[in-house]
Design a protein around this ligand. Structure first.
Ligand code: NAD
Ligand code: DAU
Length: 351
């Protein structure tokens, strides 16, 4: 039995990952360390909360005493760091917390992991720190080309700058101490349990409530979409087979303009739920400051070296996702109550 700390496991991708791992393996004990910010939701983990291989600990990755005590009490083999402030728009209005969690939190985790793993002089076999990062560290693409692992880092938003800071600290631990680490850089995820501030769940939620569908700028910014379960399988593969110190880009060549995403959701809901959901709900709004134009991942390295490939096409994934939100309206109502309303009305007061 090996024990892993999964940080940020009550968020969107982290909760999907914990469910994926507990369903797939019996030989891992998973400690979910999560601060439960506005984005953390234990409801996501209801299906595994009684699993004897799962333990939830509420706490901050910046809290060195707490992280130290977890390493003291448990023989930790893996740390998978999902914990982050993850929303670009929030980073534009409130950048400080992004630096705290995404840079200092990463540094704290690494420092304590190193201390315990080095106790016997060397890192043990089967020990790893995996940093879950993002394609946004590479900046923005023009009309052609893709992000490769060798693409220079060129972040623009406070969010992507803080993720880049985290990545560089991870790299420093690999270069300096030969710490066994990997960094994965994934494109935009979508699927169950994504908080409704992000494009896809926001559009689904607004459309169902007949609210305007805010499209930033001209709607032609491009994101490269990956179904969340495919991201989980990529992390699983990198955890087990990734070569020490390596970075792996994760994506499935699913580039779409934002307006295409919005119209796809309208099309599905209009046809299957309520014919009054149509394009008249679309509202073009002021552009995001410093809005990156295009992201596109070249996933050849992880495919070639580790044999990973995405299993879900965008066409199937988006239908599964919309259906999940329709089947889980209570989940959506819960996350959109309280503080979310304040956030939403301050973001969109111009609408
Ligand atoms: P999320 O915002 O849904 O969840 C983040 C989780 O981290 C929440 O449960 C929150 O409570 C927790 N958290 C925040 N600060 C913490 C702290 N200081 N200590 C402990 N826990 C804390 O984020 P997500 O979309 O699931 O993203 C997870 C990771 O994947 C992030 O590192 C993000 O940068 C990265 N990523 C996300 C995407 C995407 O499309 N969502 C794509 C690529 C990479
Ligand atoms: O690329 C990976 C990144 O994807 C992750 O690292 C981030 O954590 C994650 O939040 C996501 O960042 P984006 O900024 O790309 O995602 P978001 O859902 O916020 O926006 C997607 C696109 O849609 C972006 O071009 C902005 C646009 N948008 C977004 C919202 C919320 C709109 O047009 N209207 C909206 O209301």
């Amino acid at each position: 039995m090996k024990t892993m700390i999964v940080t940020g496991g009550a968020g969107f991708i982290g909760s999907n990952f914990i469910i994926y791992m507990l369903n797939k393996y019996n030989e891992y004990k998973i400690i979910n360390l999560d601060k439960l910010t506005y984005a953390g939701n234990l409801e996501n983990l209801r299906s595994v909360q009684d699993n004897e291989n799962y333990l939830f600990v509420q706490g901050d990755i910046c809290d060195s005493e707490l992280v130290d005590s977890l390493f003291q009490k448990h023989d930790i083999s893996y740390v998978i760091n999902f914990a982050a402030e993850s929303h670009v728009d929030r980073s534009i209005t409130d950048p400080e917390i992004f630096v705290k969690t995404n840079v200092l939190g990463t540094s704290n985790l690494l420092n304590i992991a190193k201390k315990y793993w080095e106790k016997n002089g060397e890192f043990k076999e089967g020990v790893k720190y995996l940093q879950v990062s993002t394609d946004e560290v590479y900046g923005s693409l023009g009309e052609t080309g893709y992000f490769m692992e060798t693409t220079p880092l060129d972040p623009h938003s406070p969010y992507s700058a803080s993720k880049t800071g985290g990545d560089l600290i991870v790299k420093a631990y690999a270069d300096t101490y030969k710490m066994p680490v990997n960094i994965t850089r994934c494109s935009n995820n979508y699927g169950p349990y994504q908080f409704t501030e992000k494009l896809i769940p926001l559009i689904i939620n607004n459309a169902l409530n007949k609210k305007h569908l805010p499209v930033y700028g001209d709607g032609k910014n491009i994101r490269d979409w990956l179904y969340v379960e495919d991201h989980c399988s990529a992390i699983d593969v990198v955890l087990h087979k990734g070569n020490p110190g390596e970075v792996y880009n994760v994506g499935g060549h699913n580039e779409r303009e934002n307006i295409y995403i919005v119209k796809t959701i309208i099309g599905y809901l209009g046809e299957n739920v309520d014919s009054s959901i149509n394009d008249t709900l679309i509202k073009y709004v002021e552009d995001r400051k410093g809005h990156d134009r295009r992201y596109g991942i070249d996933p050849e390295k992880i495919k070639r070296e580790l044999g990973w490939y995405p299993a879900t096409s965008f066409e199937i994934g988006i239908k599964k996702t919309i259906k999940w939100y329709l089947d889980n309206k209570n989940w959506m109502e819960n996350v959109t109550s309280g503080d979310y309303q304040n956030y939403y009305s301050s973001m969109y007061e111009k609408i």
